[in-house]
Design a protein around this ligand. Structure first.
Ligand code: SF4
Length: 444
């Protein structure tokens, strides 16, 4: 196995930034290894995705140090709409964050923006997508408040982004290019709060829009063709609805994917391509970063877009892809009426490889895998298929099966003498579907 080049070192200097989510330190490292220029992560207590955020102050410091040692950036997300009782803790937290030297703070609440400007005048502020900035007059307004970058509303069309940049050329524009999207305007959804008492705008959305519902009818409603749904989590609450053979899904948006349109976005003035997903797995973070890294690099080399990057994005869990509002108003094809979870994928994630304290490269199992199974091994710049030859557990005993969540194993592959470090290992469930980006080294 040749040494793996570090993708982090090969970005073109004028290339737009690839900005990946980081839910914890492991995902932060994988995001950088697989090509991210920057990551965003949650400031404890003040970020949406509050339930999944694993960063405390110590972890934040570690994450920022790792990023800066690689000459990468970290943006700290503090994008809740704060109540009065959070104002004092915010000021205290801000004083601690400044010491860690993050590259910017992502904010949405006007009060917190004002406080940040007063207490941390040198800290760049990026306006969160939660603030729903939709037009160039709003961009000008926020610029006057000290905002240095606008994270554009996901509901904007390409032509609107172009106009914003023409009218306000001296502002940085960041756009979401990939990941789950809300059926509501970002920052304006009351559904989760209404149905589960969990306020999406305080960081605890329960994805109410995606759930499956039971359908009911009464003799009278059959006559009139009216059916009703019952939220399976709140029995006894009914809404009028239709159903087909896959069940009833009322507002279940497909995932955004604009990898084919990066050039148009760059030409429109977008300087940062953002991927959604602080709750997503390390497999997702690595594969998506890798696909977008290659697509950006090839765009900068004036190469035509390669369909193989879309094939790679099909390998990770998704709800089906669509292009959001990029070319205009989405219609019914932007929704998934089959399932409420991100089930589509052509591969099953098995685990990752890491360097142990003793200097051994070990396999950390995430999903059941057996000796004899065919796997795809993905590294930042390479991938190949091979067959699992053997496993040894932590006691040095050979086993035929490694079960998900049972820790670290010594793993041997049939044709690969040394396991690469920080690799993603996936089971090839359907090899025909799994044809991937490049065939640099296919051993099987
Ligand atoms: S319920 Fe759905 S639309 Fe509302 S905030 Fe959550 S994910 Fe977005």
């Amino acid at each position: 196995m040749p040494a793996q080049p570090n993708l982090s070192k090969i970005s073109h200097p004028q290339a737009p930034e690839l900005l990946m989510p980081a839910g914890d330190i492991q995902r932060l490292k994988f995001a950088f290894d697989y090509g991210a220029d920057a990551v965003y992560l949650g400031a404890p207590l003040f970020s949406l995705r509050a339930r999944e955020n694993e960063f405390n102050l110590e972890e934040l410091e570690k994450g920022i140090q790792i990023a800066h040692s690689l000459k990468k950036k970290v943006y700290l997300t503090a994008n809740i709409f704060a109540r009065n009782l959070k104002l004092k803790p915010y000021k205290q937290a801000l004083a601690e964050w400044i010491k860690l030297k993050p590259d910017a703070l992502i904010v949405s609440d006007p009060g917190l923006i004002m406080v940040t400007k007063e207490l941390a005048p040198d800290l760049d502020m990026h306006l969160s997508v939660q603030a729903n900035c939709m037009n160039w007059e709003s961009v000008k307004f926020w610029q006057k408040q000290g905002i240095t970058r606008i994270i554009l509303s996901r509901e904007l069309r390409l032509t609107e982004i172009q106009e914003i940049k023409q009218k306000v050329p001296d502002i940085e524009l960041e756009a979401f290019v990939h990941g789950s999207i809300c059926i509501a305007f970002s920052g304006r959804c009351l559904l989760s709060h209404y149905m589960s008492y969990r306020d999406a705008n305080q960081g605890v959305c329960d994805n109410s829009c995606r759930y499956e519902f039971n359908t009911y009818h009464t003799p009278k409603s059959v006559e009139s063709g009216e059916y009703y749904i019952e939220d399976l989590r709140n029995k006894g609450e009914f809404y009028q609805i239709d159903e087909d053979e896959n069940g009833s899904y009322i507002m279940n948006a497909k995932d955004l994917c604009l990898i084919e349109h990066l050039k148009e976005l760059k030409e429109a003035g977008v300087c940062s391509f953002k991927v959604e997903g602080r709750t997503k797995s390390v497999h997702y973070v690595a594969q998506v970063a890798r696909a977008y890294r290659h697509a950006i690099d090839e765009m900068m080399e004036n190469k035509p877009f390669s369909q193989t990057w879309i094939n790679d994005l099909e390998k990770v869990a998704n709800r089906g892809y669509h292009k959001g509002f990029f070319m205009g108003q989405p219609n019914y094809t932007a929704q998934n009426y089959d399932t409420s979870v991100a089930r589509h994928m052509t591969q099953k994630f098995a685990g990752i490889t890491t360097l142990s304290d003793e200097g051994k490269i070990l396999f950390e199992v995430r999903n059941r895998i057996e000796v004899g199974q065919t796997v795809e091994v993905i590294t930042p710049r390479d991938h190949f298929t091979d067959t699992v030859e053997s496993f040894k557990n932590k006691d040095g005993i050979e086993v035929n099966i490694a079960h998900g969540g049972t820790g670290f194993f010594e793993m041997k592959l049939r044709h690969t003498p040394v396991l690469p470090e920080n690799a993603i290992i996936s089971l090839i469930e359907n090899p025909d579907l799994s044809q991937t980006s490049k065939s640099e080294s296919s051993n099987d």
